[in-house]
Design a protein around this ligand. Structure first.
Ligand SMILES: *[C@@H]1O[C@H](CO)[C@@H](O)[C@H](O)[C@H]1NC(C)=O
Ligand SMILES: *[C@@H]1O[C@H](CO)[C@@H](O)[C@H](O)[C@H]1NC(C)=O
Ligand SMILES: [Zn+2]
Length: 415
């Protein structure tokens, strides 16, 4: 079960899947796309309940509460309350095939950086739940994500795995940003930051205990998506009468995490100076060995960064000259568009470099979809009206022509 939350004014809980409602996705695809996933482990059902409560709260409070309004208007928030419904039914950690889904994702081999563990590299052996998440993430281009677990009280961030498979702090290139994100959650929580075991209520995954094949590392390596693993309660399966309290303990954290992420970092679009077309360029920040890619269709990018710092942001795309800009991030997200000049001017190479991507077959396909979809009736009426007008104009023209000939004829005979 997944809910797509869109800022469709009349009904904030409007499930509008891109293929069915291209207009919606055209208007809002530049928004931040965030994701909440619950119940990855079947016997950790609290996330599932909290996410349903979160969805309800957002719908009930849109246009009433400023935080709800900010979130609904600015974020495409995808909520998956349960990734493991079979495990939930069986009241156990693993899915129906007895596989731990949070060990089933491709992982990196640290000695050959950015190659995945061979043991997890067999796509056919992957579980259907994992495949579905991988497919979903590839399609949506999430900026950030959080999965909800239970059994501890801490906000966990990458890396989860270490090179030597030993338990120690293993920082990823975006360690500062992840610490900032994790602290957003823990400091807004009832008492997560007071936990004695974890300073500030946050932990690097590998410093706690290393895991491999987890969703968090995969999202960061593969999806350009910054994911946290949130352990939201010491009690894995709390009694139902505690739900109300647990919701209140986590509510502000969940809302603040989403709202603060919208205000953090830099985002914008990348275009070619040659044809104005969108470029799915790489975006990197000087000093951070990590890059994200702008979207294929709209060339929009969203790069999370800690506020209050100076950054040099660089956009690069094969066939184009890279460009860098120094920015000073304040307490709001910054919009930064790039216009890249092509290195070569011959059209063939520009085509290959993605210059005309904005007008590629996919856009045409979607436009046809758009006509065929919910607007089929409107399109038909339009076509009918146009045809009618055309017939009218033609009739008028031929009448005029006839009259003209009639009025001219006598003069000619007079000559
Ligand atoms: C957090 O608060 C809950 C409920 O008041 C309590 O049961 C739990 O022990 C507290 N945990 C910490 C780390 O303070
Ligand atoms: C950056 O990361 C890549 C792998 O992602 C690695 O091969 C390279 O050595 C790293 N560069 C630096 C300067 O750390
Ligand atoms: Zn778990």
């Amino acid at each position: 079960m997944a809910f797509d939350m869109f800022p469709c004014k009349r009904n904030c809980f409007n499930a509008c899947h891109s293929r069915q409602n291209t207009l919606c996705s055209l208007i809002f695809s530049i928004a931040w796309i965030l994701q909440f996933i619950g119940n990855v482990h079947g016997d950790e059902p609290l996330g599932r309940e909290l996410l349903l409560l979160l969805a309800n709260w957002l719908c009930d409070n849109y246009m009433k509460d400023p935080l709800a309004t900010l979130i609904v208007n600015n974020v495409r928030l995808h909520i998956l309350p349960s990734m493991n419904p079979d495990g939930f039914s069986l009241r156990r950690r693993n899915n129906a095939n007895n596989v731990d889904l949070n060990r089933d994702f491709p992982d990196q081999v640290f000695s050959l950086l950015h190659l995945f563990f061979p043991m997890n590299n067999d796509a056919d052996a992957r579980q259907p739940e994992t495949k579905a998440i991988i497919h979903w993430s590839k399609e949506r281009h999430f900026t950030a994500s959080a999965s909800l677990h239970g059994g501890a009280l801490v906000a966990n961030y990458p890396w989860d795995g270490t090179e030597d498979r030993k338990r120690n702090y293993y920082a990823c290139p975006d360690d500062d940003t992840f610490r900032f994100m994790a602290s957003l959650y823990s400091s807004s929580h009832h008492n997560m930051s007071l936990h004695k075991e974890f300073q500030g209520g946050i932990t690097n995954g590998a410093a706690w205990y290393p895991i491999y094949g987890g969703m968090q590392d995969w999202n960061y390596i593969y999806g350009g998506c910054f994911e946290l693993t949130l352990e939201v309660s010491d009690d894995k399966w709390p009694p139902a009468n505690e739900l109300h309290n647990l919701w209140n303990f986590n509510k502000k954290s969940m809302l603040n995490l989403v709202a603060s992420l919208v205000k953090s970092g830099v985002h914008g679009r990348v275009f070619s100076s040659h044809c104005g077309g969108p470029l799915p360029a790489s975006i990197a920040v000087k000093g951070i060995n990590y890059s994200i890619k702008a979207g294929e269709r709209f060339a929009d990018y969203h790069r999370l960064l800690v506020p209050g710092e100076r950054y040099e942001v660089r956009a690069s795309m094969p066939g184009h000259k890279p460009k860098s800009t120094v920015i000073l991030l304040g307490e709001e997200a910054m919009t930064l568009d790039f216009v890249l000049d092509p290195e070569i001017t011959d059209k063939e190479s520009l085509l290959r470099s993605g210059c005309f991507r904005g007008f590629d077959s996919e856009s045409r396909f979607n436009f046809v979809d758009f006509l065929k979809g919910p607007y089929l009736g409107v399109s038909l009426v339009l076509i009918f009206v146009l045809a009618f007008l055309w017939a009218l104009v033609r009739r008028k023209l031929s009448l005029n022509h006839f009259k003209h000939r009639q009025s001219v004829a006598p003069k000619r005979s007079g000559v």
